[in-house]
Design a protein around this ligand. Structure first.
Ligand code: NDP
Ligand code: MG
Length: 364
């Protein structure tokens, strides 16, 4: 198994020198290409259900691959989809979309996908991790493409059903047929992606920026910021309930403004006092040291050391990961939050599934 920069590093070099983003819309994609294929969608979770249903509604021959005993078989069949085992689904298809969790893809490839691949087939992903780090190495003769929606599957499906779409990233790792790009764009069109725009990228760029974003900003950065703010107020003697509202609850209001109109619109909407505090305190929280650390995190993503550690952790059954998850759930803000949220039904509060569950597929 390789963890260093894979052959995908080549397309990265090509990409970083190109500054202008290329975005393709409906008129730049031919739906007929994917309509002439037999498609297997492996997995029926957040992304799987959205892709399978929208492909079907776009006139594509689609079947779903799920292991025996999967709770999703009934759901997919209930929607009128054909469900086979992953191996059977791959055998009868010439385009396979892999929509199982990333850490399970390597094993699924060995069991079901790899043995069924023949020259002329196309292998599709919605995230580049398995290819970028060489965990899956498809044979030559197979097109390897990515169509990665920039949103959760339920939004992808809802937008499609309403005649709109969620933007997608598209990439080609291997163009064996010489036709991989048009095929990837055709698939993107079939799930509504080109209605909002298909942005050309590479497996390397998508994987590295995705990992960096979730580690430094979206998940790692935000979680630590919330906890640090809450802890500071509580340690100073303020009521935890007040600290909760300040440091966690109100984050949504701020993010909603940023989402719709960027930082400028958020700053326009808040008070001048809040805006002044934004400018004076922000750079004291995200210091040059924090930015240095971000660069280190990015370097560990690019040299493969994060992926190597994570795969090794999975191979051991995730002992550290699960212990950390358990410890994190005991943080005072996580103990307090459910009680406060239960009194605010307008939030549609949910309780995170138990410690043994690795992914909340139904709530994404
Ligand atoms: P989910 O966890 O929501 O769903 C995974 C699905 O795979 C479930 O239906 C599960 O079955 C099924 N599954 C598990 N093991 C197997 C197996 N061996 N064979 C066949 N099916 C199996 O995953 P996501 O939809 O979140 O992620 C899928 C891919 O999409 C990943 O590569 C992810 O990075 C990417 N992606 C995800 C986004 C998101 O917002 N969620 C956004 C963009 C990309 P069961 O139903 O029985 O649990
Ligand atoms: Mg992401």
């Amino acid at each position: 198994m390789r963890f260093g920069p894979s052959s995908a590093a080549r397309d990265h070099d090509e990409k970083v020198t190109r500054k202008v983003a290329e975005i393709i819309y409906d008129d730049g994609a031919d739906l007929g290409l994917v309509q002439r294929r037999h498609v297997a969608v492996l997995g029926y979770g957040s992304q799987g259900h959205a892709h399978a249903l929208s492909l079907r509604d776009s006139g594509v021959d689609v079947r779903v691959g799920l292991p025996e005993g999967s709770g999703s078989i009934e759901k997919a069949e209930g929607e009128g989809l054909r469900v086979l085992t992953p191996r059977e689904a791959c055998e009868e298809s010439d385009l396979i979309m892999v929509l199982v969790p990333d850490h399970l893809q390597r094993a699924l490839y060995a069991d079901a996908i790899g043995p069924a691949l023949v020259e002329g087939d196309a292998l599709f992903f919605a995230h580049g991790l398995s290819i970028r780090y060489g965990l899956i190495q498809p044979p030559s003769g197979v097109d390897v493409c990515m169509v990665a929606p920039k949103g959760p599957g339920h939004l992808v499906r809802r937008q499609f059903s309403e005649g709109r779409g969620v933007p997608v990233l598209v990439a080609v790792h291997a163009d064996a047929s010489g036709n991989a790009w048009p095929l990837a764009l055709s698939y993107a069109k079939a799930i509504g992606g080109t209605r909002a725009g298909a942005l050309k990228t590479t497996f390397t760029e998508e994987t590295e920026t995705d990992l960096f974003g979730e580690q430094a900003v979206l998940c790692g950065g935000v979680s630590e910021l919330i906890k640090a703010g809450f802890d500071t107020l509580v340690e100073a003697g303020y009521q935890p309930e007040v600290a909760y509202f300040e440091c966690m609850h109100e984050l949504k209001l701020i993010v909603d403004l940023i989402y719709r109109g960027g930082l400028s619109y958020m700053r326009y909407s808040i008070s001048d006092t809040a805006e002044q505090g934004d400018y004076t305190a922000g750079p004291r929280i995200i210091t040059s040291k924090t930015r240095e650390e971000m660069k280190k995190i990015l370097a560990e993503i690019r040299d493969g050391s994060f992926a190597k550690e994570w795969i090794e952790e999975n191979d051991k059954g995730c002992p550290n990961f699960l212990a950390t998850r358990q410890r994190e759930q005991t943080h005072p803000i996580e103990q307090l939050g459910p009680k406060l949220r239960a009194m605010m039904p307008f939030l549609q509060p949910v309780v995170a599934p138990g410690l043994a569950t690795k992914a909340a597929t139904s709530e994404k």
